[in-house]
Structure formats: C-alpha cells, structure tokens
Design a protein around this ligand. Structure first.
Ligand SMILES: *[C@@H]1O[C@H](CO)[C@@H](O)[C@H](O)[C@H]1NC(C)=O
Ligand SMILES: *[C@@H]1O[C@H](CO)[C@@H](O)[C@H](O)[C@H]1NC(C)=O
Ligand SMILES: *[C@@H]1O[C@H](CO)[C@@H](O)[C@H](O)[C@H]1NC(C)=O
Ligand SMILES: *[C@@H]1O[C@H](CO)[C@@H](O)[C@H](O)[C@H]1NC(C)=O
Ligand SMILES: *[C@@H]1O[C@H](CO)[C@@H](O)[C@H](O)[C@H]1NC(C)=O
Ligand SMILES: *[C@@H]1O[C@H](CO)[C@@H](O)[C@H](O)[C@H]1NC(C)=O
Length: 793
C-alpha cells in the first residue's frame, strides 16, 4: 500500500516538474510527449534528441518503475451443478466445500493462484458456517480474500419484507457470527487474508430497486452501521479491513445527482447518506463521515469493455471522490473480440489511475443452477465419473465436477487471463477437456467443440444436435461435414449448423412425428412460468388443452410447448428452428417419436409436427416443398386447389387431374412450374372475369392488422383514402387496403402476380367472387380487378 501512495503523490509532482522545465523552451506538444513518456516509456522513443537529457533526468527522479500492486482477482462461486437445478446452498468458502477449493480436492485456490491472481472475490455467506480453513489456505498461497454479507441478513423486517429498509440489526447479528467463525483470530485481530468486506452486493437492484434511492441508501448505511457495531462488540484488535459496497453499473435516473452516468448516481447517493444519515432516516452514534474518510473503498460490477469504463466513468469518478479508492468487483465483457487485450487494457488503466485498484474477473466457472449463466465463466463444471470427491452440505450433497476450460475463439479464457495476470499457468492435471457427450447442445457447447479442434469430438457433438432436431444418425456424421466447422478461418457458426441440418441431409434419418415436448431435465418449479409465457405469445390456443393434460405440470407443459411450436411453424414461411424455437432456456426439447413414446408423458399431451397440413402451409416455394417432401397425392391435390384459389380461380366441380398431381410430385416438380402451368389457364379449373386481393380467412386478425401496416407503408397506395365504412373491422379494412394496393400495382403497369404480390406472408389471397362470398366481407370494401394475366415484363 505505501508504494501506491508514493506513486499517487510523487507522479503528479514529477510531471509538473517536467512541464515547468519544458515549458521554458518547448511547445505544448513536447510537454504532452513528456507526460506520455512518464506514463508509458515506449512513447519516449518518439521524442527528439534535444530532449534526451531531460528523459535521463526523469529516470533519476522516478524510482525504478514504481508499479503499484494491482488487484488481480477472480470472482468465485463454484456451484457443483452440471444441469439446471434448484440450489439452496450458496456458501462455497465454508469448510465443507473444501473438496472444491482445498489442495486435497480440486484445488481451486491453487488454480486461481496459478493464473497469476492475488485476490478471490466471494459470493454467498452462511454465517453459521466456519470460514477459517478457507482463509488460512488462501493466505498460505498468498491470496487476499473479499468475502461478502449473505442476502439472508437483509431478508426480514425491519430491513426487507414489511420493513422500512433499516438493516443494522440483521447485518450485525450475521457479521458477529462471521467474526467468531473465522474472520477473527484467537487474539481478536482480523485474519490477514481478508482484504475487504462487501457489506452488500448491488443494493440498488434489490433493496428495493433503482427507482427508490432513499431506501437503498438507508439500507446500506444502516447495514454499515451494523457491521461497525458488531466489530465494537467483538472488541476487534489491530488493523481492520476496509468495508465496501458493490454497486451495479446501471444509471440511476431517480438519484439526486448524476442520473445519466452509469454507476455514479448510486455512488454519490451513498456518499451523501453517509454524511447526512438523518436525511435518509438513519440514526447512529457513529461518525460515518469519518468512516468514509478512513475505511471505505468503493466497488462496482461491470460487463463493459475497458475503454468504456475509462471514458464513461473513471475520469468523473476521480474528480468526484479524489481520495477514495475503487475496484471492479466483477469485470468481464463476454462479447469482446479480444478478451486478453481488454484485460490488459483495464490493468493498464488501473496502473496509471491514482484510484482504480484493479479488477476481479467474473467469473471462475459457469453456473448451471437456478437461472444459470453460461457466458461469463472461465471453466465449465463437467460431470466426472472417475472422481471420488464429494461435498456434503446441509441442504444437499454432490459429487465434485471437474473443470473444463471454456474457449473464447481458439484460446481458452483461462489462457488469456493467465497472460494478462502474468501467472505461471494451470497444471494440465487440474483440468478435464470439454466432453462432446456432455457439453450442452447449444451455442455454448458448439463453441467448445470448435475450440477443441478435434474432428471426432465435433462429429459426436453434431450427432447430439441431430437428435435435438428430431433425427438420428444410424452410422456416423461424415467427417467432411464436421470439418466444415473446424477449418481455420471458418465463419460457420451454430446457426449455420442448424440450417444445414434442417435441410435434412441424407446421412441422418428424420422423423416426421418428432415433437416439441418438455425436457425431462427441466426445473419443475419453472414450468408454470414457461407455460404462461408461451400461452401469452398467442400462437397456441391454450384454452384447447385436453383436460387430461391439466393434472400434471409436465403434461401441461408438453402440450403447450408442442402446440406452440406447431402453430409457430405454420405461421412462418421458413423451416422450423427447434434449437431456437423449442428450447425455452432448456425447458423444452424437440425429440423423435421413439423417444417421446417411451417417456412418461401421456400420448395425447404430446403434439408431434406430423405430416405438413396442406390446408395450412403458405402458398409459396417453401409451402410447396413441404407438401412435395411428404409425397402424398391427396395433400398435393389440396395444395394445388388452394394455389388455384390464390390466383383468382376456382375448381368448380372439377378435380385436379391425377397426372398433373403426379407431375408436381415428381423429381422436377416445383412451385415455379405450378405457377407457370396455372398461367396457361388449364381447362380443369375456372377463372372468372374478375377477382380481388382480400385477407385470408385462415389468418389471425392480429397478423392481418400487422400486414395492413406493412402494405400502407409501401407508398403504392395512400391509406388515408380508406372509406369510413371499411374501418369498422380489421377484415374490411384489410380487404380495401390489399385490394387497392394490388389494383394500384396493376395500374402502374408493374408486374403484378397474385402469388407474389397478393401474399403478404400468408395473410392475403387473390380470391374469386365465389370464395369472397364465404369470407363475410362488406361488399363495398372488396376491390375487384380483372383476372387477365396482364404482366408487362
Ligand atoms: C494476533 O496473532 C497473529 C498471529 O496469530 C499475529 O500475526 C498478529 O500480529 C496478532 N495481532 C495482535 C494485534 O496482536
Ligand atoms: C465527524 O468527523 C468530522 C471529522 O472527520 C467532523 O468534521 C464532523 O463534524 C463530525 N461529524 C459529527 C456529526 O460529529
Ligand atoms: C481504505 O479506505 C481509505 C478511505 O477511502 C483509503 O484511503 C485507503 O486507501 C483504503 N484502503 C484500501 C486497502 O483500500
Ligand atoms: C457418468 O455417470 C452417469 C450416471 O451414472 C451417466 O449418465 C454418464 O453418462 C456418465 N458419464 C460418463 C462420461 O461416463
Ligand atoms: C478427440 O476426441 C476423441 C473423442 O472425444 C478422443 O477419443 C480423442 O482422444 C481425441 N483426440 C485428440 C487428439 O485429442
Ligand atoms: C359477418 O359479419 C357481420 C358484420 O361484420 C357479423 O355480425 C356476423 O356475425 C358475421 N358472420 C359470420 C358468419 O362471421
């Protein structure tokens, strides 16, 4: 710490001296060069010869490269779950988690140390449990520890619940226990490993919210008061660690100051509340102004890249709180193209900042429990059947998964962090490699396989993806196919893989009766919410659920997900995308019939896609392909009839000739060919003199409404001229708008083909008068045009 103070004070003086010396003879540019050079010696080379003398003087003035010791932390919350699960134990630095952090177990602390880190930032703290062993072990490795108060200390009145956010009482009680169970040594002085204590993490998001700054400020100030009181009662001896409060990087629109500056509004609010506790409804005997001046360090969590933290936050922070140090308690921008460079950049910024102490990388491992987060971790917990390690908590016991490194492009995050932090690197025996049979079938698992660069693994993974698409691989996934995704510089991503597979390649078998059903690994407690969400999307008519599916949430979810997916497929003019549309955060999965038939779900509660419904597919290229793939003459007959109807024709009493159906089902059959045939007006159908573009009765009113907006915005027909009498219903409105648009196209002499220009993704039909009669539209809202093929090309 003294070194940091030295730099903090000595450096500006030193720069001022150069400025003075240079100012006599040199331009402003040269002064800037000196400042750059003082901060970063590489830029010294750019300076001219006559300034060399001064550089040498600078080298003498600055003690040899006085670097401050930066905080290089890792945020550590290693939940042992490898699939979604309800978790009730959050404290992973207790003695009973030793099989994870201890040297006799997975040795996480040693792994953290070998990255080059010097600090461990923790989550979750059960005050009834002892933390002595963890602190001792961390200290023996030279690691600092930043524990935090558990949320339970805030959970009940007078804090949360019916309380008014006065939190001293619960916090004091919990912290008193912490002190006795490891934080204090036998002589009542603090354990040397404890560097800071986080009184509360992101209070403005939970006590109660960002929109009530007075309340979160009261909660935090009273909680700090509680910690201080617990210390006094425990008669703590010797130096005490600083306390911190970790804020989010959100903007606080309701704060008194800095409403639009990320993080600053809440920092200022706490500062104000510590100086004026009464204004925030806190009574205390302690001088909290003094406390802030001597024992408080700020911290915040951020997913922003280094430059943004510097520009959006740090500069102003340093002006506002010139003597209060700060650190980033969660640092990681997961979408950054170059994680290592970003980490190096933030450390550089910290090195040259008088106040930024460093960062804690978020986070040690991905979380599969609760809502899960899979984008932040540097390791994936992976089931390890060869390991005998177990953790036994009061709430549950579990085997200890192995740590598989997460790839970020071609390098693992751990490698990049090791380079940035300057550690020796992890011993390979501490890690396991991503297992193609175990990684999640998702973008995350795919990226792991790309990183691994092992064709066999990629083949095995793709086999699992095929299964999620309702197919299976009887032999193996072809090597050439797997290679597509592993070639150096390949831009093929997970969506490309899905797209290639939904085209149903020959090397796999595809089951028409695959269904979107509930995933057996889903969290039962989350299913109710998912059902509500899916019904709310409005594709499935949830009132139609068979009564026999209502008895169990699993059957109800299966029916809802299946019906939703099926309806969604018919509402889109593109191949189904089960990996995206039948996933629901892992609650749903698309499986072939041989799998759902074996599941305990009731058969009537599974909704397979089945054969394509010729009455529901769009009259388009894609719709034709669906019907063509099924090779069912009856379905093709219906599709052809509908196509005739969509060109203003009728079948009258005739039938589509058998040989024409066979021709369409043949290898050469195509939508284009069908269109061309109808253009010649074959004798087996009838086209009257006029027809009109009207909304399709089969479409949903909401979608028709949306299509009106789209058509009006095309600027072909002026929608201000809609007659009053057509404004009463969305159907009449659409009839007038679609019809007038189509007519306007014709009058402009443009190519106007019913199957392209009166389609509006399945919401319109170019219908004969007879068909229109069955649609129940107001006569005057239907805009007739001639059915003659007037295509000026
Ligand atoms: C308390 O004990 C530890 C070692 O057990 C020692 O390092 C520390 O200096 C002692 N503190 C005080 C205030 O005596
Ligand atoms: C708290 O201490 C500061 C000096 O650090 C002093 O200026 C201030 O008046 C004190 N406040 C109260 C309420 O005693
Ligand atoms: C503790 O807080 C005081 C006041 O902000 C600060 O001067 C000091 O540097 C802090 N210590 C650490 C280790 O952050
Ligand atoms: C580990 O064991 C579980 C359950 O016994 C099994 O489902 C899983 O496939 C095994 N994993 C490996 C990699 O063998
Ligand atoms: C590639 O992966 C397969 C299957 O996962 C494994 O058996 C094999 O050892 C791996 N090859 C290399 C070179 O790592
Ligand atoms: C036809 O439309 C009228 C008025 O728009 C409505 O009252 C009537 O119920 C509709 N009939 C049918 C069969 O939809």
């Amino acid at each position: 710490m003294p070194r940091m103070t030295l730099l903090g004070q000595a450096m500006p003086k030193c720069i001022a001296l150069f400025a003075l010396l240079v100012g006599i003879a040199a331009s402003l540019d040269e002064t800037q060069a000196f400042i750059d050079c003082a901060v970063d010696s590489d830029s010294c080379a750019e300076m001219e010869d006559n300034t060399l003398q001064l550089i040498q003087m600078k080298r003498r003035l600055l003690p040899a490269k006085a670097e401050k010791t930066l905080m290089k932390g890792v945020s550590y919350g290693p939940s042992p779950f490898t699939s979604p699960a309800k978790n009730k134990h959050y404290d992973y630095f207790c003695d009973s988690a030793e099989a994870m952090w201890g040297d006799s177990g997975r040795a996480d602390l040693r792994v953290i140390k070998s990255l080059g880190a010097n600090t461990v930032r923790l989550y979750g703290n059960d005050p009834q449990l002892s933390h002595e062993k963890f602190l001792d072990h961390a200290w023996s490795l030279g690691l600092h520890v930043i524990p935090g108060m558990g949320d339970k200390a805030f959970a009940t009145p007078p804090c949360k619940g019916s309380g008014d956010f006065s939190c001293a009482e619960g916090v004091k009680k919990a912290y008193a226990q912490n002190l006795e169970k490891g934080f204090l040594q036998a002589n009542r002085s603090y354990h040397p490993a404890i560097k800071y204590f986080i009184v509360v993490n992101e209070p403005e998001l939970k006590l109660p919210s960002l929109s009530e700054p007075k309340k979160f400020a009261r909660a935090v100030v009273s909680a700090i008061d509680g910690v201080l009181e617990a210390e006094e009662e425990a008669q703590v001896q010797g130096p005490k660690p600083n306390l911190t409060v970790t804020f989010s990087f959100a903007s606080c629109a309701m704060c008194e100051q800095f409403q639009t500056k990320p993080g600053l509004g809440q920092l200022w609010t706490l500062f104000d509340a510590l100086r004026n506790p009464v204004k925030y409804g806190v009574t205390t005997q302690r001088n909290l102004t003094d406390f802030f001046r001597t024992r408080f360090t700020y911290s915040f969590n951020s997913g922003n890249p280094a430059e943004e933290i510097e520009d959006m936050f740090l500069a102003q922070y340093q002006q506002l709180f010139p003597t209060t140090p700060i650190f980033v308690a969660e640092y990681h921008d997961p979408y950054n193209k170059d994680t290592q460079a970003d980490l190096q950049k933030i450390l550089e910024i910290a090195q040259s900042s008088p106040l930024l102490l460093g960062v804690s990388f978020f986070e040690f491992q991905n979380r599969y429990d609760q809502a899960g987060h899979l984008v932040w971790g540097m390791f994936d917990p992976q089931q390890d059947n060869s390991s005998k390690l177990r953790v036994e908590f009061q709430e549950y016991s579990s085997s200890v998964p192995c740590l598989s490194p997460v790839f970020d492009g071609s390098r693992t995050i751990a490698e990049q962090l090791t380079t940035a932090y300057g550690g020796p690197g992890i011993e390979p025996k501490r890690l396991c490699m991503p297992n193609p049979q175990q990684v999640v079938v998702s973008k995350h698992g795919f990226r792991q396989m790309v990183g691994l660069q092992n064709i066999t693994s990629m083949q095995q993974f793709i086999e699992r993806v095929v299964e999620k698409l309702g197919g299976f691989v009887p032999f193996v996934v072809p090597k050439e196919f797997a290679e597509l995704f592993l070639r150096p510089g390949s831009n093929s991503n997970y969506h490309d893989l899905e797209e290639l597979l939904t085209a149903h390649p020959q090397w796999a078998r595809w089951d028409t009766f695959s269904a979107c059903t509930v995933d057996a690994h889903a969290l039962e407690s989350s299913l109710g919410g998912k059902i509500g969400y899916v019904c709310g999307l409005g594709y499935a008519d949830c009132s139609q659920m068979p009564p026999s599916c209502k008895g169990s949430v699993w059957n109800a979810a299966s029916w809802t997900f299946g019906m939703h997916f099926k309806e969604l497929v018919y509402a889109r003019d593109s191949p189904p995308k089960p990996l995206q549309q039948c996933y629901l955060d892992g609650s749903a999965q698309f499986v072939r019939s041989s799998i759902w038939k074996k599941s305990p779900l009731k058969p009537e509660c599974v909704v397979p896609l089945g054969w394509s419904d010729p009455n529901k597919v769009f009259i388009t290229q894609h719709g034709f392909h669906l019907i063509w793939s099924d090779q069912d003459p009856t379905a093709m007959r219906i599709f052809i009839r509908r196509t005739v109807e969509h060109t203003g024709g009728e079948m009258q009493n005739g039938q589509v000739p058998e040989d024409f159906i066979q021709k369409m089902l043949g290898l050469e059959g195509s939508f284009r060919q069908l269109q061309a045939a109808l253009h010649t007006r074959p004798s087996w159908a009838y086209w009257g003199p006029s027809s009109a573009c009207v909304p399709d009765k089969a479409a949903k009113a909401r979608e028709v409404g949306g299509a009106i907006g789209v058509v009006c915005s095309k600027g072909i027909f002026d929608c201000k001229t809609i007659p009053e009498k057509c404004k009463g219903s969305v159907w009449d409105n659409a009839a007038y708008v679609f019809g007038s648009y189509y007519k306007a196209l014709r009058e402009r002499g443009q190519r106007a083909d019913p199957l392209w220009d009166c389609e509006f993704t399945g919401r319109a039909v170019f219908a004969s008068p007879k068909l229109i009669d069955s649609f129940n539209l107001t006569q005057d809202c239907v805009v007739q045009v001639s059915t003659r093929n007037n295509q000026s090309k």
